[in-house]
Design a protein around this ligand. Structure first.
Ligand SMILES: C[S@@+](CC[C@H](N)C(=O)[O-])C[C@H]1O[C@@H](n2cnc3c(N)ncnc32)[C@H](O)[C@@H]1O
Length: 175
């Protein structure tokens, strides 16, 4: 039994197309209090979203609140080294140890969108998790699925083990 949230009604429409019209998906902003009671969920999956938020403290406190004791928060984020290394290689003197705003323009399907990311060092992530009351169970850099090589040969073509510096995964426990 799954409930999904996103700030974008368009993304939720995509989810509905995959899950069916009766899927419980709702517009909600992770920067705001969540529209759920305490201890409502066994697990929370925050997939590639926290790096859009400047301040993780209030969001993690809310995710902790809606989890049952013993529940898990499973997080994927952009790897904190990946963008930093890319910026440095491009000659940008960005400071890894700051929480910093990165603006990108992406053009897809003939439309251009402005994306605002908040990059932070690894220790700022782990500190935020523990400050919110989570115990860190796993920090993982898993390889891509074998089939990904056909989808993104330009990224995985050189890799012998299907690994590339892109995402970082955490399993956090709400003890
Ligand atoms: C890279 S996509 C990931 C989508 C999906 N979670 C997945 O893993 O396939 C980032 C998503 O974060 C959502 N998002 C960004 N800021 C948000 C916020 N403050 N509250 C809720 N959703 C947000 C965007 O609308 C977008 O759908």
């Amino acid at each position: 039994v799954v409930t999904g949230i996103d700030a974008s009604a368009g993304m939720l429409e995509q989810a509905r197309q995959h899950l069916g019209a009766d899927a419980d998906v709702r517009v909600a902003d992770l920067a705001d209090p969540l529209p759920f009671p305490d201890a409502a969920f066994d697990d929370v999956v925050a997939s590639l979203v926290l790096h859009y938020l400047r301040d993780w403290g209030p969001t993690l406190a809310e995710l902790r609140r809606v989890l049952v004791p013993g529940g898990r928060l499973i997080v994927s984020v952009e790897h904190p080294f990946a963008n930093f290394l890319g910026q440095r290689l491009a000659g940008d003197p960005t400071n890894y140890f700051e929480v910093r705003n990165r603006i990108e323009e992406w053009t897809m399907g003939g439309r251009t969108a402005r994306l605002s990311f908040w990059d932070r060092p690894l220790h700022a992530m782990t500190d935020a998790f523990t400050a919110a009351g989570f115990r860190i169970g796993v920090i993982s850099e898993p390889p891509a699925l074998p089939a990904a090589r056909d989808l993104i040969p330009e990224v995985l073509g050189e890799s012998t083990d299907n690994r590339f510096l892109c995402f970082l995964f955490f399993v956090l426990h709400a003890d």
